[in-house]
Design a protein around this ligand. Sequence first.
Ligand SMILES: [Zn+2]
Length: 301
Amino acid sequence: MSGTVVTVADGVHAYVQAPGGWCVNNAGIVVGEDAVLVVDTAATEKRALALRDAVDALAPGPRRIVVSTHHHGDHTFGNHVFAGPHTDLVSHEGGPAELLRRGTALQSLWPDVDWGNTPTVLPTSTVGDGATLDLGGITAHLVHPGIAHTGDDLVVWLPEQRVLYAGDLVFSGAAPFVLMGSLTGSLEALARLRALRPRVVVGGHGPVGGPELLDSVEEYLRWVSGLAERGLADGLSPLETARRADEGAFAALLDRERLVGNLHRAFQEAVGGVHGAHIPSTPAMREMVAFNGGRPLKCLA
Ligand SMILES: [Zn+2]
């Protein structure tokens, strides 16, 4: 139930929850002299409490800043476990509306999961294009990379340590997911992240890696983009396109059914749709189940 702390620089840690598929996300713990930064929480109350124990063990001091890389419940349902007078909860300025709009709807997809108590907690402050945090001896930049995985993405960049917490712009060993964001926006964001020249990349899910994780996501998204062009030219739907696709090595990715959702976004953008325009997620999720041979999506929380 608990994650593994992976130390990537002095005072800089990833909190990795294996294997990293649906609902099982990574977090970050950055221990400064004046404050500890926690990047994302977890999907269930129990998992969030285990993360809080890990934070307490590394940084018993009171001042905490919890940054949400985006509003999705696997990254935010546990925020209330950290809320309190000494904690700043920070999101992108688009986050609060999404938290209120979506609430705990995600949980209805997996009613058998023990979610625990997960009240929606709103951020105490928000950032627009970016902000800089001085944690005491460690500087952290919060950067909004544009509409990518969602419209309210934030990544956390530690320039001295060259460590990047990329949130769900990076899935490591699992299929990327841009249904609720933008495929072309994600490609632009990846170029921006690559230009930072990170040494360590902590994705939102899956094992910690280096800049090659950015390359893997880009390769996948370019493949999806090509599939969409051909699918549109052949008059196919996203689901039909996914079914006819030669997945090659991508077939081994966790949660490969996301291909259908990604194709919905790719089709929408290929015909000139606005980046990030709402695509109803329930029908797309249903098609992902169909693509999976009718097997429900696997949430390991
Ligand atoms: Zn997400």
